[in-house]
Design a protein around this ligand. Structure first.
Ligand code: FES
Ligand SMILES: [Fe+2]
Length: 468
């Protein structure tokens, strides 16, 4: 990949010989012939100060709707959410609703959720049927959006098949996800995915099912919510119990720029003590903690691995986890250690994040509230392979977690990670209140040189797009 701009003087993480940086761990991994392992970012963002007004200002939110939300590829749902031909699902993007339809065994379409007659919304929830019928005056549309029936057609001679069809928006597919883009001039989805398809090829997201799913309403702007998941710098402050098991300071941050594609990545070693952890925490203790987590989360009946402490412990736990996954799936799991143990999280502008991690096989989607810039939604899915000889499992139902509810109670399938999400969500209303309360004479966030790379690039891109 061509290097666009890298700054020599930046210190890229803080590690030690005993607690190496993520990149050093990945270089030493078994099965290292994996593009994500050796392809680093090619651009260093320099944005430093984020004006707080963009987190609450209604004019900013209005412009953001026009310039970002109606012009970007927005993750809508998974193909498995629409299993049968005729299935439909609405997607609310700020004030505008769309809906997606499965039109065939392997085809989908997306439309503005607005009747051609007098605007009634045509899809309010997951529903199915051969025709899309408006509840108001019963105009009917075929699944491909064409107009099928108008009661008293003698009164609507001006309505033709051409001007009476539902208004379509672009739809793109990747890895089992459906994306929409309301901009007819938008580049194809493939052009904005950048390194993601290559890095995720062997991870095979298309052949995963939703094993857990929640949507949380957050009392914070969608950007603040998303930014809480764009760095590991907050681990020491917010998830301090993770410090012995999560190499936050040794994380690698990458920005991959190519044409229309803007991809960010944070790569945090798992089962690896942080530089913030007490000096006596050993790599063996740390990796055993990770093994316990992997067992509880993925293989509750498994025995913990017996480690040979005279040898490096990380590959032993990765091999143990690969063995459990191979047995569960009925085929060999051949992903490298870093994918089995660490937390590589990829971000695609403006609202999609996907983990390239068998330990944390999650996907995130962030959306603004219908009308209030100080509220947002975050959707989280667990995406898992299923055993080779079994039919694709039904996707888990989405659990809606209200602003004052906690994930740990409402979505037990997330286990103790529900609590970790709750720690993040507990911060966010405080951040929202604080950005509003800052002295007008010092009204900005101060981003660090390296660990907030992904946030820095996010705001550079926002500025570019907002400037039109
Ligand atoms: S508004 Fe849809 S048929 Fe009248
Ligand atoms: Fe967090």
């Amino acid at each position: 990949m061509t290097v666009i701009s890298k700054i020599e003087s930046i210190k890229r993480g803080h590690g030690s010989p005993e607690r190496p940086l993520a990149g050093e761990l990945w270089a030493a991994d078994s099965l290292p012939d994996f593009p994500a392992h050796h392809e680093e970012g090619n651009y260093d963002p320099t944005y430093e100060k984020v004006d707080y007004a963009r987190y609450y200002d209604r004019d900013y939110a209005k412009q953001e709707h026009e310039r970002i939300w109606l012009k970007s590829w927005v993750q809508a749902c998974r193909e498995e959410d629409l299993p049968a031909i005729g299935d439909r699902l609405p997607l609310q993007v700020g004030p505008v609703s769309f809906f997606l339809v499965r039109t065939g065994a392997d085809s989908f379409k997306a439309f503005y959720n607005s009747c051609i007659h007098r605007g009634t919304m045509l899809c309010m929830k997951h529903e199915s049927g051969d025709a899309i019928r408006c509840p108001f005056h019963a105009w009917e549309f075929k699944l491909d959006g064409s107009l099928q029936y108008v009661p008293s057609h003698w009164d609507f001679k001006m309505v033709t098949p051409k001007n009476g069809a539902l208004r379509e928006v672009k739809l793109g597919r990747w890895g089992g996800f459906l994306f929409i883009n309301a901009d007819p001039e938008a580049p194809p989805l493939d052009d904005v995915l950048g390194v993601i398809p290559k890095h995720f090829a062997a991870f095979d997201l298309a052949n995963r099912y939703t094993a857990g799913h929640f949507r949380k309403t957050v009392k914070a702007n969608w950007k603040l919510t998303q930014e809480a998941f764009m760095e590991s710098y907050h681990v020491v402050g917010t998830h301090s119990a993770a410090i012995p098991f999560s190499g936050d300071t040794q994380s690698q941050y990458d920005i991959y720029e190519s044409g229309e594609a803007h991809i960010g990545r944070q790569l945090t070693p798992g089962g690896h003590p942080s530089m913030h952890a007490a000096p006596e925490v050993t790599p063996a203790e740390s990796i055993l903690g990770a093994a316990q987590f992997l067992r509880d989360m993925h293989h509750p009946d498994a025995e913990l691995p017996e480690l040979d402490l005279s040898q490096p412990v990380r590959p032993q736990v990765a091999a143990w986890f690969r063995g459990l996954e191979s047995a569960r799936l009925g085929r060999p799991c051949t992903l490298p250690d870093g994918i089995m143990l660490d937390s590589p999280l990829y971000f695609m502008f403006p609202q999609t994040s996907v983990w390239l991690s068998e330990a944390l096989p999650f996907a995130y989607s962030f959306l603004p509230h219908e009308s209030d810039p100080e509220l947002s939604y975050m959707e989280v899915r667990i995406l898992k392979h299923w055993p080779e000889d079994e039919a694709r499992p039904e996707p888990a139902e989405r659990i809606d977690v209200a602003a004052d509810e906690v994930v740990f109670d409402k979505a037990p399938v997330f286990g103790f990670l529900g609590m970790v999400f709750d720690q993040d969500f507990e911060n966010l209303p405080k951040v929202q209140g604080g950005v509003r309360s800052a002295d007008p004479a010092r009204h900005y966030a101060q981003l660090g040189d390296y660990q907030e790379f992904v946030i820095k690039r996010f705001h550079e891109l926002l500025d570019e797009k907002m400037a039109g």
